[in-house]
Design a protein. Structure first.
Lengths: 132, 126
């Protein structure tokens, strides 16, 4: 009797990939990214408080290609996790839980997050991959 | 403990040792973070591209240093609650799960103190 070949829960591969499940995973992944991003936030504050040289070094990193990529991912994570978090808080009240409502609100959450991220970068005068 | 019935164990919160507290604090900190995130994003947009002196000036003003400290503390607290759930869900070995939770908790406290003390140093001049 083999016990190794049985499919194990959560059977991710047997379901068609749908937006609500992607966003559910993305909420957790962006949350994890933001926990890591808090190290960046503290580094930025500590560098600013420490000296002009330390701050210049931090600014150089944030302005580099890698730094801009990290900042873009971080800003999207913050905005997405916030918008998606609001939907989670609404769900906690028992509203918007019908399947069709979840599908429609998923599109709204994702579109709004992308839009707000781009607006924030436009207003900040920076763009991903370029100098801020 | 072995004389206790299952119902008695459940009332004493059983093997989980904890009940609603984590769930409730995660929601409360999330609600607290909503205005702080909006303030933070708007602030970062307004100071982006500014010089070190201008950023320092922004950071040391009383209401900015208070709000930035609050944003940092509540973010670290909320992150720690989330990380705890992630470790519980994906780290199977009990000792490793406990170790990960302890390390993440210590890291959050360290980051919080480092950030807040830097802001206090700026606010009260050094």
């Amino acid at each position: 009797m083999s016990t190794n070949e049985r499919p194990l829960s959560p059977h991710l591969s047997v379901y068609k990939l749908e937006l609500p499940m992607v966003l559910s995973g993305l909420h957790r992944i962006t949350g994890l990214a933001l926990a890591g991003g808090s190290i960046l936030l503290v580094s930025w504050i500590v560098c600013a408080a420490h000296s002009a040289e330390a701050y210049a070094g931090m600014s150089r990193f944030l302005g580099s290609f890698v730094g801009q990529f990290v900042l873009f991912g971080w800003s999207f994570s913050l905005i997405f996790h916030t918008v998606s978090g609001i939907r989670h808080l609404i769900w906690d009240t028992g509203k918007l839980l019908e399947v069709e409502q979840i599908k429609r609100s998923s599109v709204v959450v994702l579109a709004l997050s992308i839009l707000l991220t781009l607006v924030a970068w436009f207003l900040a005068g920076g763009y991903p991959g370029g100098g801020a | 403990m072995k004389y206790r019935s299952p119902l008695s164990r459940a009332r004493g919160l059983g093997s989980s040792k904890d009940g609603l507290h984590h769930w409730w604090m995660q929601r409360l900190s999330a609600i607290g973070l909503l205005p702080l995130v909006i303030w933070f994003v708007v602030s970062i947009i307004s100071i982006s591209g500014q010089s070190h002196a201008e950023v320092i000036e922004w950071m040391k003003s009383p209401h900015h240093s208070v709000l930035l400290s609050l944003f940092l503390i509540v973010t670290l607290y909320h992150s720690n609650l989330g990380l705890q759930k992630i470790f519980e869900d994906y780290v199977q070995a009990r000792w490793l799960q406990l170790a990960a939770r302890i390390v993440a908790g210590f890291a959050a406290v360290l980051l919080g103190f480092a950030g807040v003390f830097s802001l206090l140093g700026l606010a009260f001049g050094n």
